[in-house]
Design a protein around this ligand. Sequence first.
Ligand code: TNX
Length: 591
Amino acid sequence: MTDRLAALLPYPKSVRPQPGSFEISTETSITAGPGAQRAAAAVRRVLAALPWPAGTGRERGAAAGGIAVDIDERLPDEGYQLRISPVGARITAGGEAGAFYATQTLRQLLPDEAWRAAPVPGPAWQLPCAEIDDAPALSWRGGHLDVARHFFPKPVLLSFIDMLAAHKLNRFHLHLTDDQGWRIESQRYPALHEIGSHRPRSRISHSADPAVYEEIPHGGYYTLADLAEISAYAAARMVTVVPEIEVPGHASALLAALPYLGSVPGGRYEVSPDWGIFPQIMSPLPEALGFLGEIFGELLSAVPAPFVHIGGDECVLDSWRDNPAIEACRRELGLGSADELHARFLRQVADMLAGRFGARAVVWDEGFASGAGTPAGALRPDTIVMAWRGMDIARRAAEAGHDVIATPVVPTYFDYYQADDAREPLALGGPVTVQDVAAFAPGAAAVSWPGHAARRLIGTQFQLWTEYIRDSRALEYMAFPRACVLAEAAWSGQPAQATPAAATPAAAAPAQAACAPAVAAPVQAAAVPDWHGRLTAHLRRLDAAGVEYRPLDGPRPWQQGGSGPRRHRAGHRIAAIAAHLDEIARQPGVP
Ligand code: TNX
């Protein structure tokens, strides 16, 4: 049972095994100390949902130990101390989130059966005695899901949120709109969901190969009530939904519904059956801004989001340059280029979100690069930049004073292959291996940045773009186990595959000090058990939960690409992509 202490993922800052065990059951009382009612309620919620083995409570004479929950405001909100002795457990947390995470750790200390949805026959559950001190290094620990290229039904999102929470991830970035679909009900503009939410066919061959389509309609959207429900479900699990409406590019589905918002007068648009970058983009003129105010108003009335992603990536600006009204507007604003107008447009949307809804905007790094160095085109200072084109642009955005989230293609793009192996199902390119994720150290990368910039690195998240991910089974295959390992990088700020010495809290201090105050330093931190062994044990939990992850030694027969138009292709090689992204991210002023 003590081996469960060596199978925690993410691994806590400090784990000190102690002798003995504590039998926990439905009889175990949960009591709240002063001011700890909400924290205790979070503990109760998690435990009440577990599949407790039948008849292991009073009938079997279980010891009547309890769990005491206390708040200590000196701990960070998400931090906690967990003490398990033979007579009970004590959770001392910085806040409700800390108590929730303590209970997630506690769940990982139970048998794998605790990850099932209903009880199966088995013995009473024992917790190994231990003293655990824990807190995250990074405040933004996320998972992104593109529901525009392929739609995923609401229950899939709910179980995705469950898995985020189980790995102590706290942001769910929901990419709701793109060229291939608009996934939000609009009462004010019903054409958006009536027209924009479906396409008659979809490309199934690789984007580098001759086009082959599947002539089957694809679509779906979430009602505003669905989105409110998803957001509330996430909030109860300490996950903040970050909704994204992508502007001004990747907007073909929006424009198919409302063509007058496009930048080509009289332009014709369709919900795209293809993948890639399209020249059709929104107009930046006042009518478009007015529309966005209304549409964000509808969305944010359902999802009370403190952070709203507005896209800004991969914009082909030629149609702006070719449109006399847009050019006149640019000159009137004193802006030197269409790129500056791009940044200015994002700034106006961010101002609107802040002014009307008190929300902070998030953009992909092109939104920062397009106006960088030009005061008239600069972003709102509080806009958060997601740096997908590498850590160099992450540093530049941080130096310019923006909070930054590290989302480099390698290793956070989980739409890329998990191995260089012809058995892998069709994906964009790659590979981005689980070892690449284990070597990722967002906190350590920022150590070489100037101090003021290092403090701006607030977190990281994985990306699941879904051009080639068509259903929930494929989604789980691509997400896991890489997400499990990314969660550790996000929680610790350090690489999972660090040597034990480098992973002790003392050695990790320089990177972590910048991001979050540490929990009281442990007297003696034991070596961190090797990530591969912990992950192997963790996969048994995912088995119990029924998650169809990719086994570490490759896909199961039914997870392979097979033959036909969707057979495996090498796709875009990661080395070439990395070099290309590095090059374009280095050119100032190029979005
Ligand atoms: C780039 S990253 C995109 C997405 C694609 C993805 C495929 C970013 C901001 N834009 O539109 O789906 O690559 O990996």
